[in-house]
Design a protein around this ligand. Structure first.
Ligand code: MN
Length: 194
């Protein structure tokens, strides 16, 4: 076993159905993310990044180490933001106020976020992040990139790699993105912002 281990999901494999099926989670978490963890562990020795955090690797490394560390960081944020039965349908408190200030309304935010996810060409991630002044921004990041590389704090992300949705939605990426709102644990997202 290497330095990194596969994160445990904070819910059961079937908890996110029907939005994300058990089969998709088994492959996405149990195969894809597990492969990134194994790959990074295999690349660390002699790299100079043996004692670095994932964030440090993502900001300083290149090549395979960057790609695998980036995908681990991205997926830990992604899988960590869901729950099967969220207690609230939208954010409250400081995050709700920031969304209203920076996007006009929660619905306008959702529309822009989904659009940026749907129009990202190829594989990547759409992110909601905060800058150092607390201003919210939506960015498209390709492949394994993460907003920490731009000095931003990542809050919420939708994975638009085909492995995230193809078993359940095939080519219908926009339908998958629209469905994800029902399983967001806004308590987790608010904690990242506060
Ligand atoms: Mn993925």
């Amino acid at each position: 076993m290497g330095k990194y281990t596969l994160m445990a999901l904070p819910y059961a494999q079937d908890a996110l159905e029907p939005v994300i099926s058990q089969q998709t989670l088994e492959f996405h978490h149990g195969k894809h993310l597990a492969a990134y963890v194994n790959n990074l562990n295999g690349l660390l020795e002699g790299s100079g990044f043996e004692n670095a955090t994932l964030e440090e690797i993502v900001c300083k490394a290149s090549g395979g180490i960057l790609n695998n560390a980036g995908q681990i960081l991205n997926h830990e944020l992604y899988f960590g933001q869901f729950c099967g039965k969220p207690t609230k349908k939208e954010p409250t408190g400081a995050l709700a106020e920031a969304i209203a200030k920076d996007f006009g309304s929660f619905d306008a935010f959702k529309e822009e976020f989904q659009k940026k996810g749907a129009t990202l060409f190829g594989s990547g991630w759409v992110w909601l992040s905060a800058d150092k002044d607390g201003k919210l921004v939506i960015t498209q990041e390709t492949n394994a990139a993460n907003p920490v590389q731009r000095g931003l704090t990542p809050l919420l992300t939708f994975d638009v790699w085909e492995h995230a949705y193809y078993l359940d939605y095939q080519n219908r990426r926009p339908d998958h993105l629209a469905a994800l709102w029902a399983i967001i644990d806004w308590n987790v997202v608010e904690k990242r912002f506060n």
